[in-house]
Design a protein around this ligand. Sequence first.
Ligand SMILES: CC(C)(COP(=O)(O)OP(=O)(O)OC[C@H]1O[C@@H](n2cnc3c(N)ncnc32)[C@H](O)[C@@H]1OP(=O)(O)O)[C@@H](O)C(=O)NCCC(=O)NCCS
Length: 170
Amino acid sequence: MLVRALTPDEFRASIPRLGHILADAVNGGAGVSFMLPFTDADGARYWTDQTQNVDGGSKIVFAAFDGADIIGTVTLDKAWPPNQPHRGDIAKMLVLSSHRRRGVGKLLLDALEAKAREMRLSLLTFDTVSDSPAESFYRGLGFTCIGRIPDYALSPSGKPDATSIFYKKL
Ligand SMILES: CC(C)(COP(=O)(O)OP(=O)(O)OC[C@H]1O[C@@H](n2cnc3c(N)ncnc32)[C@H](O)[C@@H]1OP(=O)(O)O)[C@@H](O)C(=O)NCCC(=O)NCCS
């Protein structure tokens, strides 16, 4: 298992696979911004829209490889406001459903944190669906939950879900 940041060229070449991983998560019920129906092509469109920020370096996409295949990903989004040069957001933390509970997600977050420290970021923030597997995952990895907002977003099938707000000081 290898986890590392993708170069912009590698990112472009990986868009179809990353689209498949995003579609796998949405179709499995994960609250990651999208509604059903959602195809691999819809996923690829999302990633294509990120290309400019990946090229500019404000967005760093990490990939976990099983051999030549990407089986998980996470994104470090550097905060854009000039008054938050120390903050990054965690986004699109996704492990292929066939490869979960093998430590892939933890390895991806470790790589993201190492890169964030290298970039001299001192604060990571994000939100995730309350009472979800992802919430258990983040709680177990030392992130602090400051509370929840009810009915924040819809699940892929249209059910209102609360979201939990997390941070970690690096
Ligand atoms: C959340 C997610 C990324 C976790 O990835 P993963 O590779 O399965 O996580 P790991 O194997 O590294 O798990 C590390 C620890 O997190 C906790 N954890 C992970 N998945 C869990 C689950 N479904 N239920 C409870 N705890 C869980 C466990 O403590 C686990 O350690 P253990 O397996 O030794 O008990 C994965 O479930 C996923 O892709 N979910 C769908 C997309 C999603 O919701 N992403 C979050 C968006 S914010």
